[in-house]
Design a protein around this ligand. Structure first.
Ligand code: NOJ
Ligand code: CA
Length: 563
């Protein structure tokens, strides 16, 4: 648990929006339906901008894919990168949303899905039409092995081989996900040029950034060698990813050539950033922290941030969490800006992973660690995973491997707005695309706004304090380890401003001896009380309680462990 060094490196000059801000992820299908088809849409996001910017108080939204798609993987199978699926709206509505979001002071991040298209994309239709089609080499086609089997042992994340036989030209094509999501061949310069044009299209329209889907998959071993088995597979990965997690993915992703692509992508973003700073955040999973950190680029010239998913996979245990936070801080290249994630559309919700009581601690952790938090819609309400009956399953992963727990529908259910029919997500006589959480009546936004002790009220307070407190947004981080084992304590500072975050994971009270030089005031307790309580000497902290303590200006700093 030792963290001898203070991690600061606050951004150079003026911190930028993606550094001090909080990002709110909107899974568009489930946010707000405005036309009565049971699916969320762009108009629904426009309708809820006041909630996002004023009531909740975040700084940016990331909207999951809204492009034309056969919806085999709910929009991550794109058939036209530069348009809007009519189920979600049209380009005019998107532009309207962008302008309205900007008017509300919100930045807009959109998904960029470079690794694969839909099999319905015109590029793939041409590619599969004949071996000598000019777009043949836009995807990866190979002959079968002598016995007719696929060219190598690579697996689809969704189950089975990553190769599908195509009778038209008697070859296999590669797909890291569903067979209707063929992988683009980024080693073909024409593909990179076409995909960079896609980015230009959205940048010119005015988007502020991209969330890059499976960012590392675009560069694979050019010889397509077999992956070796993983001699020590991580149990959590096996549980959540199935057979895919039993291989070492040394050849089917993260080939070092991927760095060149992201350096060039960064140059593209930079060329649009003079008056409007643009950013990229890459979806990538790498257990090895130094590999993970390498995607910032040696000169911070690749991704603005590789998503930091490390809190998602670890045990909910203070020693492990403290060690992880310190390890992430230590792995960061000089001046790289961290970020933290506790939930998204591919992971069981935090309230289900750690329970409702600890979800409050988790929110305090997410919003007070050093780095940009990405907050998944509905987590501000403490929404849990929803049990989906087999006949209601939508996710292709669940349908490919029913009942094995890989399905992602439980964390994608409709947002709960009020106590009315369908919780205000869609009209009363409409069937939402996924069932609502059974706790809708208690957890909805309207009910929680009226409750001073609700999860939403806590989240709003945390966001508000963070927004008005540089120590909590861009300040430095220092672990403080003189605490009981089941507590996590750290200090955030900016100049004279110091805040101590104390999280008690135990299901019973703990007492913490604060350094005698500390005089503080509790600014927020996860229990919704104690605000403005003066603290000195011994701090009594209740079961599952987290507090943010503002230290009086001039209070001496305690020494970090090992310093
Ligand atoms: C990652 C996305 O988050 C997930 O939802 C999707 O299924 C895969 N990439 C494939 O695009
Ligand atoms: Ca709709």
């Amino acid at each position: 648990m030792a963290s001898p060094t203070q991690q600061s490196h606050p951004p150079d000059n003026q911190p930028l929006w993606w550094q001090y801000g909080v990002v709110y992820q909107i899974y568009i299908r489930s946010f707000q339906d405005t036309n009565g088809d049971g699916l969320g849409d762009l108009g629904g996001i426009i309708q809820r901008l006041d909630y996002i910017s004023d009531t909740l108080g975040v700084d940016a939204i990331w909207i999951t894919p809204f492009y034309p798609s056969p919806m085999v993987d709910f929009g991550y199978d794109i058939s036209d990168y530069t348009d809007v699926d009519p189920r979600f709206g049209d380009l005019v509505t998107f532009k309207w949303l962008l302008d309205e979001a900007h008017r509300h002071g919100l930045k807009v991040i959109v998904d960029y899905v470079p690794n694969h298209t839909s099999s319905e994309h015109p590029w793939f239709k041409e590619s599969r039409s004949s071996c000598d089609n000019p777009r043949r080499n836009w995807y990866t086609w190979r002959d079968p092995q002598a016995d007719g089997s696929p060219p190598n042992n690579w697996l689809s994340v969704f189950g089975g081989s990553a190769w599908t036989w195509d009778a038209t030209t008697a070859q296999y094509y590669l797909h890291s996900f569903h067979r209707e999501q063929p992988d683009l061949n980024w080693r073909n310069p024409a593909v990179q040029a076409a995909m960079f044009d896609v980015a230009r299209f959205w940048l010119e329209l005015g988007v502020d950034g991209f969330r890059i889907d499976v960012a590392l998959l675009i560069m694979k071993d050019p010889e397509l060698r077999d992956n070796p088995p993983d001699p020590d597979p991580e149990p959590v990965w096996v549980r959540t990813m199935g057979p895919w997690a039993l291989q070492l993915h040394v050849h089917d992703l993260a080939h070092p050539d991927v760095h060149r692509v992201y350096r060039e992508f960064r140059q593209l973003l930079d060329s649009y950033s003079a008056t409007q700073p643009r950013m990229s955040v890459g979806e990538l999973h790498d257990r090895d922290l130094s590999m993970w950190a390498s995607y910032y680029g040696q000169r911070l010239d690749e991704l603005h941030m590789p998503f930091n998913f490390h809190l998602l996979g670890v045990e909910w245990n203070t020693t492990i969490i403290q060690r992880l936070v310190d390890a992430v801080e230590a792995a960061l290249p000089e001046r790289a800006w961290p970020n933290w994630v506790l939930g998204n559309h591919d992971q069981s919700r935090i309230a289900s992973r750690v329970g409702a009581e600890h979800a409050r601690l988790a929110m305090m952790l997410l919003l007070t660690l050093r780095g940009t938090p990405t907050l998944y819609y509905g987590d501000e309400l403490g929404m849990p995973d929803v049990l989906i009956a087999p006949e209601d399953a939508q996710d292709p992963w669940e349908r490919n491997a029913p009942g094995q727990g890989f399905g992602r529908d439980p964390e994608r259910t409709p947002m709960l707005w009020d106590a009315g029919p369908n919780a205000g997500f869609c009209p009363p006589d409409t069937r939402p695309w996924l069932p609502l959480a059974p706790q809708a009546e208690r957890l909805n936004v309207a009910a929680q706004l009226a409750d001073p002790h609700s999860m939403l009220t806590l989240t709003r307070r945390l966001l508000q304090l963070r927004r008005t407190t540089p120590a909590l947004s861009i300040g430095s981080y220092r672990a403080w380890n003189e605490v009981p084992d089941d507590c996590v304590v750290y200090v955030r500072s900016d100049g004279a401003e110091q805040y101590v975050i104390i999280l008690n994971f135990a299901y019973e009270e703990r007492q913490i001896e604060l350094p005698s030089c500390w005089r503080g005031v509790i600014r927020i307790s996860t229990c919704g009380d104690r605000h403005d309580e003066d603290v000195r000497g011994t701090l009594r902290i209740r079961r599952s309680e987290g507090v943010i303590l503002g230290l009086a200006v001039g209070a001496d700093q305690p020494e970090a462990d090992g310093a």
